[in-house]
Design a binder for this molecule. Sequence first.
Ligand SMILES: CC(C)(COP(=O)(O)OP(=O)(O)OC[C@H]1O[C@@H](n2cnc3c(N)ncnc32)[C@H](O)[C@@H]1OP(=O)(O)O)[C@@H](O)C(=O)NCCC(=O)NCCS
Length: 149
Amino acid sequence: MTSGRSPLDIMPVADGDIDALIALWTRCDLVRPWNDPESDIALARQYMNSEILIGRQGDKIVASVQVGHDGHRGWLYYLAVEPVLHKSGYGRIMIGAAEEWLRDRGIPKVQLMVRADNTGVRSFYEKIGYAMAERVNYARWLDGREPTP
Ligand SMILES: CC(C)(COP(=O)(O)OP(=O)(O)OC[C@H]1O[C@@H](n2cnc3c(N)ncnc32)[C@H](O)[C@@H]1OP(=O)(O)O)[C@@H](O)C(=O)NCCC(=O)NCCS
């Protein structure tokens, strides 16, 4: 998948991209001790209802977004843009590609979660047309682990 006039080539992540993708996520402070990025990537690529899209400039991965749906809503994770390229419009482009992916599959609404301490990113989502939806989010690990933050 390559978006028309985009300065990014956008495509699903491939086997050879994984180390560079994890390095990007680490630079963007998206990796948490309780999330193993390698198994997160493998799981996202395992079924047809989810995908990780990467944005390339030449042979360098400079952006990513994980997109998927649960049969009702679309969900986004791991949105990342190379820090030195922030505010160049790439975040908006990656979100657009993820929305297109969901539209192609008939999903009418997209949602995402923002960690409470990631306050800076809220202005980004509001700028690109997302509205905050008040919800209380409950979670439980299915392997019996204690809750993580
Ligand atoms: C969030 C992120 C992907 C945004 O990417 P980006 O490429 O900088 O965003 P864009 O350049 O497409 O910005 C779109 C608009 O949002 C604005 N914007 C972007 N980041 C902003 C910020 N931190 N504060 C205020 N406005 C911001 C841009 O100025 C632009 O506004 P404009 O349309 O008026 O010009 C990037 O900051 C990032 O990788 N952050 C670290 C990882 C992260 O927090 N991911 C999200 C987890 S929920």
